[in-house]
Design a protein around this ligand. Structure first.
Ligand SMILES: C[S@@+](CC[C@H](N)C(=O)[O-])C[C@H]1O[C@@H](n2cnc3c(N)ncnc32)[C@H](O)[C@@H]1O
Length: 229
């Protein structure tokens, strides 16, 4: 693949996503993108080779976790968020639909304690049901179109243990109208689905990046009720 410049890269990503949507395979294009990058992280638009700053900020402002607590990183990409959680003492599982991304994580962090696995958020292994004390979901729901949104949100909620924490980072939109994507930011009613699935909000922070001041993002901390609702 010719080296993609940022603006060309965005066009290429949109083209891959549209092609995948036309085939009703909304997650299929991620593997193509990772594989064609040939190990060059500059070809992966979301890869910063560092933990998300708002995950880091959340961790520094929360008390230390008991070691051996189980964490799950959804759509882990190149693994930086999973690694910081492992350094905090969590027993971390991190998954992505892309085998190339998972192999890339294993190559970047050969001595890691993180269990990196290929898995599909829309077909979560049964043993992950309510199995994780801490779940990190960052910018994956928004990467999938609205026709699978309800299933994706249900899957994310399903892996949080009773009494466990879900930390969500996502772009948000002001209206319920379908946006052009990717990404497809989350609406208020979509966010409310988490609360109908036994989670309640503990904290919420709205932020935007300096380069895209008009694009709103949120970090929401949810906790799951201890008694199954
Ligand atoms: C926009 S990227 C975000 C990556 C990372 N969470 C971050 O914030 O940098 C979306 C990630 O979700 C993964 N993904 C897409 N569909 C998925 C699915 N059905 N199951 C698991 N991972 C998926 C992609 O391969 C990609 O790594």
């Amino acid at each position: 693949m010719l080296e993609q410049q940022p603006e060309n890269l965005q066009l290429y990503v949109n083209w891959l996503a549209i092609e995948a949507l036309q085939k009703s395979e909304p997650s299929a294009w991620f593997e193509v993108l990772y594989a064609k990058a040939l190990g060059d992280a500059a070809q992966i638009p979301w890869a910063k080779l560092a933990p998300h700053p708002y995950l880091q900020d959340w961790l520094t402002n929360h008390e230390a976790f008991t070691s051996q607590q189980k964490a799950l990183v959804i759509g882990c990409g190149l693994g930086d968020d999973a690694e910081i959680l492992a350094h905090q003492g969590f027993e971390v599982t991190a998954f992505d639909i892309s085998p190339t991304a998972i192999a890339w994580c294993q190559q970047r962090f050969p001595d890691s304690s993180v269990k990196y696995v290929v898995a599909d958020l829309l077909a979560i292994p049964l043993q992950w049901h309510q199995a994780f004390d801490f779940v990190f979901e960052c910018r994956n729901i928004q990467a999938l179109p609205l026709n699978v949104r309800s299933s994706v949100i249900s899957s994310v909620a399903s892996v949080v243990a009773l009494g466990g924490t879900l930390l969500l980072i996502t772009h948000i939109r002001e209206t319920e109208f379908e946006p052009n994507g990717p990404p497809w930011p989350l609406s208020n009613s979509e966010l409310e689905q988490f609360e109908s699935l036994g989670l309640y909000q503990v904290g919420k922070l709205v932020f935007s990046e300096s380069k895209q001041i008009d694009v709103k993002q949120v970090r929401i901390e949810y906790q799951k009720y201890i008694i199954s609702k």
